[in-house]
Design a protein around this ligand. Structure first.
Ligand SMILES: [Fe+2]
Length: 347
């Protein structure tokens, strides 16, 4: 909403104009004075007196010096004042403009700024993380044209097969992407990773269960004697130890969650408890060309395998599990759909 000028702002503007006017007047007066000689010098010279002339010339020299310093100070103060006013007006214009922006335009512009230097492994500074998180915290389903009664959220699956998930693509460039996953009840997004990415996830409405992991460094795998041979035969690659970051239910409205390349639950899976919509900002997005593939995982309890746990203590192993790469599950069906919410203008 646009805010009109307040009485305080009008008074402040008038005061600043008055200050600037005073400085201009001082500068004018000083320029006039600097070009004038001390009147006494002319009087003495006109009288033809030479006695004491040296003293008057010296006085003239100091007079001009004093006036020059005065003019310099006035000029310096004027420069500072003009710069301050320009900065204030610029910041007011930027604030007023942001107040008038549509939420989705505000989101797009904030992502553009936060991920301006985005590349794999880039983590925005904390103040930018908070800025984008705050924009997402205030985002409502209606701001992106969504409501729970839309067809994307209707239960269509069976007990064995989870229903398809709909992806609404909003925007993508090489720095970041914005999109919304729409899940009917029991919809599942299987465990997957976000290589080198910072990801903001905002649950717009509904409830879901989230489980997420981060890698535990320097832990190698070895076969556990209790593991069945046929189970191992099904494994294509060695499993890696990961620590559970979150294993809980999430219900909107709630704070935006953020994951990082090496923390915050970089591998996660979602299971819809009710119809729900999750808006994701990925920075940078997946790119097969740049080696940022989406990899899917099966998770196994820690006891399934043993490993060289290095310096990790037994209690630190609690809450750990083994993640094993797998092909994208056939039961996971994502249907792309056109984003029909409020539009925005690209920079
Ligand atoms: Fe994800």
């Amino acid at each position: 909403m646009h805010e009109g000028p307040s009485v305080a702002n009008v008074l402040k503007d008038n005061l600043e104009n008055w200050r600037l006017g005073l400085m201009k007047w001082l500068a004018k007066v000083t320029i006039i004075r600097i070009s004038a000689e001390p009147p006494e010098l002319y009087k003495e010279l006109n009288k033809g007196k030479t006695q004491g002339t040296h003293c008057l010339v010296l006085c003239s020299f100091f007079w001009r010096g004093f006036c020059s310093v005065h003019l310099g100070l006035v000029y310096f103060c004027m420069t500072i004042e003009l710069a301050r006013q320009k900065r204030r007006k610029g910041s007011m214009n930027s604030r007023s403009r942001k107040l008038m922006l549509s939420p989705v335009q505000h989101l797009y512009e904030t992502c553009s700024e936060v991920f301006a230097d985005g590349k794999a492994g880039f983590v925005p500074p904390p103040k930018d993380i908070e800025r984008l998180r705050s924009v997402l915290d205030n985002l409502k389903p209606e701001n992106v044209g969504l409501s729970a009664d839309m067809p994307y959220f209707r239960a269509t699956g069976s007990d064995e097969v989870p229903p398809p998930v709909t992806y609404l693509h909003i925007y993508e460039c090489d720095k970041f992407s914005i999109g919304i996953f729409c899940l009917p009840p029991s919809g599942v997004i299987p465990l997957h990773n976000h290589p080198g990415m910072t990801v903001f996830s905002k649950l717009l409405f509904g409830s879901m269960h989230i489980k997420s992991y981060d890698w535990v460094a320097d832990v190698s795998y070895s076969k556990n004697q209790n593991t069945h041979h046929e189970d191992l035969a099904a494994l294509q690659h060695e499993p890696r130890l990961a620590k559970v970051h979150a294993d809980s239910d999430l219900t909107a409205p709630c704070k935006t969650s953020v994951l990082y390349p090496n923390a915050g639950g970089n591998m996660h899976c979602f299971t819809a408890l009710t119809p729900c919509a999750m808006l994701d900002v990925l920075g940078p997005p997946y790119s097969d060309d740049e080696g940022r593939h989406c990899t899917y995982y099966n998770d196994f309890p820690y006891a399934t395998f043993s490993g060289d746990t290095g310096s990790l203590q037994a209690e630190e192993m609690e809450g750990c599990g083994w993640l094993k790469e797998m092909e994208k599950p056939e039961s996971f069906v994502v249907v792309g759909a056109m984003y029909r919410g409020p539009q925005f203008v690209e920079n």
